[in-house]
Write a protein that binds this ligand. Structure first.
Ligand code: IPE
Ligand code: IPE
Ligand code: MG
Length: 249
């Protein structure tokens, strides 16, 4: 597909899918039900993003810090990975979604690792949209593992540039996110993509993740379109106006 103008549609959207537990609590249901409905919201959102021409979606599904949760919730989330893959992998594969998993796979069980491997393998040829699932991921872990890999490969200190280090980061297959969305009302990054969000536009919404729908996505895209991305520079139009305003002597 042809790349759309990123001033209109972001190429890459990163999402912190937060608020599942509160969504369930509000309904007097166990937190797990919120996580389950969160998977449905994710599948819906990936399709909505693909329909709008977004090329990459990266979602925070389980953070390096989420191991601190009660054992029951952690094992429920691990089990949900297996259920989600068996329920939705075929659908996502048919919709042209390429799945990639980013994060530390060492600590997850063999079953979860195998489910991730299957998801990646079965969708490897797809190119409509890339869904990167950050699982057992932390932004600090990512920077550290990238540095370690560079060192192991013998990259000399003076050869280590920002571009070179980016090649070792977990999301090296994607451009930096244009738009960062966090649902659930918290206004923080929570150790998501620290390196990659340097110039992302940030959008925070009170919407709890299981309720996230096309209207919420379109609202986020509308705020994105209204932003003035300068990347540290100045807007060409503003420069022209400033020069035009200079007194002619
Ligand atoms: C986000 O929802 C999903 C994960 C972290 C796995 P939460 O479980 O954090 O939901 P809240 O923030 O407690 O409502
Ligand atoms: C961030 O949400 C992690 C995911 C959505 C997977 P958390 O619920 O873990 O973040 P904090 O604890 O509120 O910062
Ligand atoms: Mg939360």
């Amino acid at each position: 597909m042809t790349a759309l103008d990123t001033a209109v549609i972001p190429r890459h959207v990163a999402i912190v899918m937060d608020g599942n537990g509160r969504w369930a609590n509000k309904r007097f249901m166990p937190r797990f039900v919120g996580h389950k409905r969160g998977v449905d919201a994710l599948v819906r959102t990936v399709k909505a993003c693909a329909d709008r021409g977004i090329e990459y979606v990266t979602v925070f599904a389980f953070s390096s810090e989420n191991w601190k949760r009660p054992e029951e919730e952690v094992s429920g989330l691990m089990g949900l990975v297996l259920v989600a893959v068996s329920k939705y992998l075929g659908k996502l594969a048919n919709e042209g979604v390429r799945i990639r998993i980013v994060g530390d796979r060492e600590a997850v069980s063999d079953k979860v690792r195998e489910a991730w491997r299957e998801a990646e393998q079965r969708t490897a040829h797809n190119d409509r949209i890339t869904l990167s699932v950050a699982f057992n991921y932390g932004g600090r872990w990512d920077v550290l593992q990238a540095c370690r890999r560079a060192i192991v490969e013998g990259v000399a200190a003076e050869q280590l540039t920002e571009a070179r280090l980016s090649q070792y980061m977990a999301l090296s297959h994607a451009p930096d996110p244009d738009l960062f969305i966090r649902t659930g009302g918290e206004v923080r990054i929570s150790n998501f993509l620290l390196w990659q969000v340097a110039y992302s536009e940030l959008h925070f919404t009170e919407c709890l993740w299981p309720d996230f729908d096309e209207a919420e996505l379109d609202a986020a895209l509308a705020t994105y379109r209204a932003r003035d991305r300068r990347f540290g520079g100045v807007k060409p139009a503003a420069t022209t106006m400033a020069v035009a305003a200079l007194p002619v002597s």
